[in-house]
Design a protein around this ligand. Structure first.
Ligand code: ADP
Ligand code: MG
Length: 275
């Protein structure tokens, strides 16, 4: 497989949408796995107490396993909690356990509570430019957010430079997006001026329905070039993969879902190298 060019410095993506079930986790893990197949070094940070990304990437995340909670609340370094995805080439994971559910409240009394994740990511020796972090550097960090706009998601929005918003090609697709975008504006104004909505991916796209085509058109009119050309089709293989502790990239590499995520990953890698 033709490798994609590595970016000059680590690109940190926030995969967010406060709506649940739109394909955040599915997109985060599959784009991560696809990027690793394209020769990129990738870190997935599971920021959802449900731990769905940890499940899909087959890393330990039983209660008590050190992960995102310990990084945010106890100040552990990423290096102390990172696990490598057993079935992937160059993909590491910061797992999330159910303990993370408490972080939203516990963080309220912590100093600089919204900057904890950023601090941990920046402190990792493999995050930075080719010059500062060397050949082993992560090319991509993908943060999988919970379906809310609380302190966990806020930590991600402060830590990242690019947002990847999955939008389900369905009725009410754009509902709630206004709230997300005004949160982004608020974060940009006060906490992280670099934050940009760089990438939108249409998920669970059913090409046979007029509804999906209509939603896709509406999203493209609204967001233009930010929307990836590749839409991810609705496919049973995509939804089955996590129950085998796999991404669709290894579960069924030739399936339309896997091929679309590969295309999407290539678009992301190419877009970044042009800007
Ligand atoms: P979120 O993280 O936004 O809550 P998920 O990624 O967990 O959303 O997806 C919600 C549900 O939709 C899951 O059951 C997942 O397996 C399913 N799903 C996601 N993408 C697809 C797809 N392309 N085809 C079929 N099912 C999908
Ligand atoms: Mg999720």
């Amino acid at each position: 497989r033709e490798p994609a060019p590595r970016p000059q410095a680590t690109r940190v993506f926030v995969v967010a949408n406060q709506k649940g079930g739109v394909g955040k986790t599915t997109s985060a893990v599959n784009i991560a796995a696809a990027l690793s197949e394209l020769g990129q070094r990738v870190l997935v940070v599971d920021l959802d107490p449900q731990g769905n990304a940890s499940t899909a990437l087959n890393v330990e995340h039983r209660q008590g396993t050190p992960g995102t909670y310990e990084v945010l609340v106890d100040g552990l370094t990423l290096a102390e909690v990172i696990q490598s995805c057993p079935d992937c080439e160059s993909l590491d994971v910061v797992p999330a356990t159910i303990d993370l559910a408490g972080a939203e409240i516990e963080l309220v009394s912590v100093v600089a509570r919204e900057g904890r994740l950023k601090k941990a990511i920046l402190a990792h020796p493999w995050v930075g430019t080719a010059a500062s972090a060397g050949e082993d550097r992560y090319d991509y960090v993908l943060i999988d957010c919970p379906p809310s706009l609380g302190l966990l998601t806020l930590n991600a929005l402060v830590a990242g430079a690019e947002m990847l918003i999955p939008i389900q090609a369905e009725y009410y697709a754009l509902e709630g997006l206004g709230q997300l975008l005004s949160t982004v504006d608020m974060v940009r104004a006060h906490l992280n001026p670099e934050l940009a909505v760089s990438t939108i991916v249409l998920t669970m796209y059913d090409a046979r329905t007029r509804l999906a085509a209509g939603v896709a058109q509406e999203v493209r009119e609204h967001f233009g070039d930010q929307v990836l050309k590749t839409a991810i089709p609705r496919s049973v293989r995509v939804s089955e993969a996590p129950s085998y502790g796999q991404t669709v990239m290894t579960y069924d590499p030739g399936s339309p879902g896997a091929l679309s995520y590969l295309e999407a990953a290539r678009e992301i890698a190419t877009k970044g190298s042009l800007s």
